[in-house]
Write a protein that binds this ligand. Structure first.
Ligand code: URA
Length: 203
C-alpha cells in the first residue's frame, strides 16, 4: 500500500507527520495488530533505537517500549547515562502481532516477509529523523535495517547495515525471558556495555 501511495503522490513523505499519517491510515499487515504504534522522540537525535514491534502494553498505550521490555530498556538507558527523552525510539514493525489465548494476547515474532512489508516505512522514517547512530535491538530490527538475516551472536557491537554504521545488541525481552537470575544480570551488564559503546561512538 505504501508503494501505491508513493506512486500516487509521486514523492516520499517529507515530514514525520506526513509519514505517520500514512502509517496510521494503513491496515496492519500482521495478525492481531490493532493500532499503529509510531516512533517517538526528537529529530536529528544522537541515537535512534529500533525495536521489533509493539507489545501488549505498547498497543494499549500507543507508545513504544512502555511495557515490561520497556522497563528493562529504561533501566539500561539509566545505567548508561542516556536520556530517553533525547533519543528517537521506534519499531521495525508498527503493529502488535499476537495470538489471542483466553484473555491474554501472546506476542508472535514477525516473519521476515512481515518485517519487509514495514521496511519502507522504517527507511523513510530514518531518512527524516537523521540520527547520528542507529542502535538495533535484536534480530528483527537488524533484519529490518540490513534487509537480510543478521545473527546478533555474530554481529553484535559496532557493525554496518549496508554502509550505515550502527550498534547491534540484544532485544531487552531476551533478558526478561532468562530464568537464571545471575545470567540475567550478566546479560543486562552486556546490554549496558553495548549502550556505552553506542555513546562512545558519538564522542
Ligand atoms: N518490544 C519491542 O520491540 N518494541 C516495543 O515497543 C515493545 C516491546
Amino acid at each position: 500500500p505504501e508503494r501505491a501511495l508513493l506512486r500516487s503522490t509521486g514523492s516520499p513523505p517529507l515530514s514525520l507527520e506526513a509519514l505517520n499519517e500514512i502509517i496510521t491510515a494503513s491496515d496492519a499487515f500482521v495478525p492481531g495488530g490493532t493500532r499503529a504504534v509510531l516512533g517517538e522522540g526528537p529529530l536529528r537525535p544522537d541515537l535512534a533505537f529500533i525495536g521489533e514491534q509493539p507489545g501488549d502494553q505498547e498497543d494499549i498505550q500507543g507508545r513504544p517500549f512502555v511495557g515490561p521490555a520497556g522497563a528493562i530498556f529504561d533501566r539500561a538507558l539509566a545505567a548508561s547515562g542516556i536520556s530517553r527523552a533525547e533519543c528517537y525510539i521506534t519499531n521495525a514493525v508498527k503493529h502488535f502481532k499476537y495470538e489471542q489465548r483466553g484473555k491474554r494476547r501472546i506476542h508472535q515474532t514477525p516473519t521476515h516477509g512481515e518485517i519487509k512489508h514495514y521496511r519502507w516505512w522504517l527507511q523513510e522514517e530514518l531518512k527524516i529523523v537523521q540520527p547520528k547512530l542507529v542502535v538495533a535491538l535484536g534480530a528483527s530490527a537488524a533484519f529490518a535495517l540490513a534487509g537480510r538475516p543478521v545473527k546478533v551472536s555474530e554481529s553484535r557491537g559496532l557493525t554496518k547495515f549496508d554502509t550505515v554504521p550502527a550498534v547491534l545488541t540484544i532485544h531487552p525481552s531476551y533478558i526478561l525471558r532468562l530464568q537464571d537470575k545471575a545470567q540475567a544480570e550478566t546479560e543486562f551488564a552486556k546490554f549496558v556495555a553495548d549502550l556505552n559503546l553506542a555513546r562512545a561512538c558519538l564522542a
